[in-house]
Design a protein. Structure first.
Length: 225
């Protein structure tokens, strides 16, 4: 009887162990399923394509896309990727507004446009005098202004496309800076023809180009712009 009792105890322990393993596995599968569903919903929500009529500043996109000969789909894709349509967005490194312009890039664009931050689209003049007449607070305020930010951002995209001739390369320039991209194009490790990038050494920039390209495709599929 004692031997039978010990055998029963061992069998009971084995059964309990198996049940514990099965229960743990079931909980693991359930947790993984919940995370997968949550991640999918978040991804779909984050990258949801905005309809132009639902975007408060669509008229600015249309106006400056036409003025600087940039496809509206490109502008929307860049705004989505950069700020997710938040006009008050500011990155940890200081990029500002809908199109996430760095202050130094913004002032460089003002010089190219020949406008003061407060009168973009109204007057032309000496860019250096105009910029210097603005206090840092005024400049910071203007860079977040949706119309000014979009105009400068679209102009910058136009400049980059004129410089590189390929939109994917222009996207890389928008993210990493045109001088860095020019160095990549002259390096056989990254470009075989000096025009297109076969690989991008910055992971952030490589991912950025993919995101903007995918977003633009979605806008094109909806016949936006």
């Amino acid at each position: 009887m004692r031997r039978t009792s010990e055998a029963d105890k061992r069998r009971t322990r084995r059964i309990a162990l198996r049940k514990g393993i099965v229960a743990a596995a079931a909980l693991g599968i359930l947790a993984a399923t919940v995370l997968l569903i949550w991640g999918s919903i978040r991804l779909l929500t984050r990258h949801q394509t905005v309809a132009p009529e639902d975007f408060s500043y669509a008229s600015f996109v249309s106006r400056y896309a036409e003025e600087y000969d940039v496809p509206e789909t490109v502008v929307y894709a860049v705004i989505e990727t950069e700020s997710h349509f938040d006009p008050n967005a500011e990155s940890p490194v200081g990029a500002c507004g809908l199109m996430q312009l760095m202050p130094e890039t913004y002032e460089w664009i003002l010089g190219k446009l020949g406008d003061a931050p407060s009168d973009l689209g109204q007057a032309e003049g000496n860019a250096e005098e105009a910029v210097s007449s603005e206090t840092p607070n005024e400049t910071e305020k203007n860079i977040f202004d949706p119309e000014i930010n979009i105009r400068c951002g679209v102009y910058y995209l136009s400049y980059l496309y004129d410089r590189f001739g390929v939109w994917e390369t222009a996207y890389a320039g928008y993210n990493a800076g045109p001088n860095i991209v020019s160095r990549w194009l002259s390096d056989e490790r990254y470009s075989s023809d000096g025009v297109t990038l076969s690989s991008i050494p910055y992971t952030e920039t490589a991912n950025y180009v993919i995101k903007v390209s995918d977003a633009r495709k979605r806008y094109e599929e909806q016949n936006i712009g």
